[in-house]
Design a protein around this ligand. Structure first.
Ligand SMILES: Cc1cc2nc3c(=O)[nH]c(=O)nc-3n(C[C@H](O)[C@H](O)[C@H](O)COP(=O)(O)O)c2cc1C
Length: 431
C-alpha cells in the first residue's frame, strides 16, 4: 500500500521534473535559436549597410507606379536612391501558382530595393517573406499607412493596423524571423481621432520594444478612415512635420525617415539640415523624376555629376522596354512601359506636343524603339541632350516652424512599461 503510494508519488514527481526539464529545454533552445538568429540578422544588416549607401533618400512605394518599369528608369537616373516596390499583399504572394516572378522579380541594377508587403495574417506574412527571400530584396517594409477602403476597410490592414501595435509587433517579429535583411514599418502619424503625439509614441514604443523594428518611415499626416478617397487622404489631413522631429528627439536609438509633401531637392536638403535621417519622396519622384532623381546622387550622396542626358537614358530604357513588352501575353502593354517616361519631361518645351503624338503612337507602334522614333521629334535637342543642370541652391524654410511646434517630450507611461515587460515573457515571437 505504502509502497504503491510512494511509487505513485515518485512517478508524479518524476513527471513534474521531466515536464519542467522538457519545458526548460524547449524554452532555452528556442532562446538559443533566437539568439543565433539575431546575431545572423545583425551580421546581415551590417552587410546590407556596407554594401549600399544609407537610405538617406528613398522613392516611396506607390501602387501602379513604382513597378519594374519605373524602377528601371529611376535607376538609370539615380544610382543611389533606395527604391521601394508597390505594396504587395502577403496573400497575393502566397497564393501565386508558379507566377511569383511576375510580382517579385527585378533586375540586379535595381539594388538597393525594398519590398513592401501588406497583410494581417501572421502565417501568410511569414510565408510571403520566405517566398520573397530568394529574390534578394535589401529590406522588407510593412505597410501600416494605406487608408484605402479596400485595404484599411474590408482588408483590415494598412493604416488600420496603427490601432493594434501589439499585432504590428508580432507581424514584424514574424517577418524578421523569416528573413536575413533589415525590416521597417511605414506608417501615418495617427488614425481618425487617435491622433495625439502620445498615441503615435505608444505605437512606436510598443512596436520597437516588442520586435526587431528599428526603422520607421513616417508619412507625416494622419489617415482618415471615414470613407474619403486615398487621394484625398494624401492632401486633406494636414502635414505635421513637428511630430516627425519630435520622434527623432524622443527615440534617439531608432531611425526615422520623413515623408509627405516634399517636392524638391532643396526641400530634401532642408529636411536633413533640420535633423531628418532619411527623406522619402513619392509623387514628385514619379511625376518629375528627371528634376528630382537627377540631383540625388550629387546633392545627397556627394557623387560627381553623371553628365547623363535624357536621350542616353531613353536609349538604355528602350533596350529594357523592348525586352519586356508582351512577356505575359498581352502584358505589359506599350502604354505601361512608357508611363514612367512622362516624368522625364515634366514642364519641358515640347511636352504637350509629345503627349499628343504619344496618344496616336500607342495605337500602332509595336516596339518601344518605333515609339521613340515617332514621338521624340516633339522635343528640341536642347531638352534631349542637356545633362542635368546643377541643383538649385538655398533652403526653403518648410521645416523651420516644426521645431517651434514640437509637442512635449514623450514619457513612457507606467502601463506601457508594464505592457512591454509583460509581453517580453509571453510573446511567441519575441527575440
Ligand atoms: C499613386 C499612389 C500610390 C501609393 N501607393 C502606396 C503603397 O502601395 N504603399 C504605401 O505605403 N504608400 C503608398 N502611397 C503613399 C506614398 O508612399 C507616400 O506616402 C505619399 O504619396 C506621400 O508622399 P509624397 O507627398 O512625397 O507623395 C501611394 C501614393 C500614391 C500617390
Amino acid at each position: 500500500m505504502v509502497n504503491s503510494a510512494g511509487h505513485a508519488l515518485f512517478a508524479s514527481l518524476t513527471s513534474v521534473v521531466l515536464k519542467n526539464f522538457i519545458y526548460w529545454h524547449i524554452k532555452h533552445s528556442r532562446k538559443l535559436y533566437w539568439y543565433s538568429h539575431k546575431c545572423l540578422c545583425y551580421k546581415e544588416s551590417i552587410m546590407v549597410a556596407t554594401r549600399y549607401p544609407p537610405p538617406w533618400f528613398s522613392v516611396a512605394p506607390m501602387m501602379d507606379c513604382t513597378d519594374n518599369h519605373y524602377r528601371t528608369l529611376a535607376r538609370l537616373i539615380s544610382k543611389h536612391a533606395w527604391l521601394y516596390t508597390e505594396m504587395i499583399a502577403a496573400e497575393t504572394i502566397v497564393f501565386q501558382k508558379g507566377d511569383l516572378d511576375r510580382f517579385l522579380a527585378f533586375g540586379p541594377e535595381q539594388h538597393p530595393i525594398v519590398l513592401q508587403i501588406g497583410g494581417n495574417d501572421l502565417d501568410n506574412l511569414a510565408k510571403a517573406t520566405q517566398l520573397a527571400n530568394p529574390y534578394g530584396y535589401d529590406e522588407i517594409n510593412f505597410n501600416c499607412g494605406c487608408p484605402s477602403p479596400r485595404v484599411a476597410g474590408k482588408g483590415c490592414f494598412g493604416a488600420r493596423l496603427m490601432l493594434d501595435p501589439k499585432f504590428v509587433a508580432e507581424a514584424m517579429s514574424v517577418i524578421a524571423a523569416n528573413t536575413n535583411v533589415p525590416v521597417s514599418v511605414k506608417c501615418r502619424i495617427g488614425v481618425d481621432n487617435r491622433d495625439s503625439y502620445n498615441e503615435l509614441c505608444d505605437f512606436i514604443y510598443k512596436v520597437s520594444s516588442q520586435s526587431p523594428t528599428k526603422h520607421f518611415i513616417i508619412h507625416s499626416r494622419k489617415a482618415l478612415l471615414n470613407g474619403i478617397s486615398p487621394k484625398e487622404n494624401r492632401s486633406i489631413p494636414p502635414l505635421k512635420y513637428e511630430y516627425y522631429y519630435a520622434l527623432v528627439r524622443d527615440f534617439p536609438h531608432l531611425r526615422f525617415t520623413i515623408n509627405g509633401g516634399i517636392n524638391t531637392i532643396a526641400e530634401v536638403n532642408a529636411a536633413q539640415t533640420e535633423g531628418a535621417y532619411g527623406v522619402m519622396v513619392g509623387r514628385a519622384a514619379y511625376s518629375n523624376s528627371w528634376n528630382l532623381l537627377g540631383h540625388v546622387d550629387s546633392a545627397i550622396y556627394g557623387a560627381p555629376p553623371s553628365g547623363i542626358t535624357r536621350r542616353q537614358v531613353l536609349e538604355k530604357y528602350q533596350v529594357y522596354g523592348d525586352s519586356v513588352l508582351g512577356i505575359y501575353g498581352p502584358k505589359p502593354h506599350i502604354r505601361e512601359v512608357i508611363k514612367p517616361v512622362f516624368g522625364l519631361f515634366y514642364s519641358q518645351p515640347g511636352f504637350g506636343l509629345w503627349k499628343r503624338k504619344a496618344d496616336a503612337a500607342f495605337q500602332y507602334c509595336k516596339t518601344i524603339k518605333s515609339f521613340f522614333e515617332e514621338t521624340l521629334v516633339a522635343f528640341p535637342d536642347s531638352v534631349l541632350d542637356s545633362p542635368i543642370v546643377e541643383a538649385p541652391q538655398g533652403f526653403p524654410d518648410v521645416f523651420a516652424n516644426s521645431k517651434s511646434l514640437l509637442p512635449p517630450s514623450y514619457i513612457v507611461r507606467e502601463e506601457e512599461l508594464l505592457y512591454a515587460f509583460r509581453e517580453e515573457g509571453q510573446s511567441e515571437y519575441s527575440h
